[in-house]
Design a protein around this ligand. Sequence first.
Ligand code: SF4
Ligand code: SF4
Length: 114
Amino acid sequence: MTYVIAEPCVDVKDRSCIEQCPVDCIYEGGRALYINPDECIECGACEPACPMDAVFYDADLPPELESAQQSNLDFFRELLPGRDAPLGNPGGSRRVGPLTVDTPLVSSLPAKNS
Ligand code: SF4
Ligand code: SF4
């Protein structure tokens, strides 16, 4: 079980959640942020910080956003475009900085704010 960032974050990315995370396990992609399920300690601090209501405990994801759980996992375990290896568990987003890539799910979503 873990916390998950879902579709309402896409193309918003105001990063309010990052500042609340005590273990720095929220990573920045090109269009959305992603929670590393192996590094998250399930403290819940990020959830109320999100102005978009994009953060959910995985068991509480509404049906229409359930695919976000696999997408957050994919960001760390799958090979993302232009990278040599999966991101894995770097031990903190500050160690890798913002990335310019996203999971297939997020990449497939139509652009907002355009
Ligand atoms: S639940 Fe806590 S540890 Fe997990 S991502 Fe949110 S702030 Fe970080
Ligand atoms: S606070 Fe919400 S909208 Fe802002 S970056 Fe985090 S998950 Fe995305």
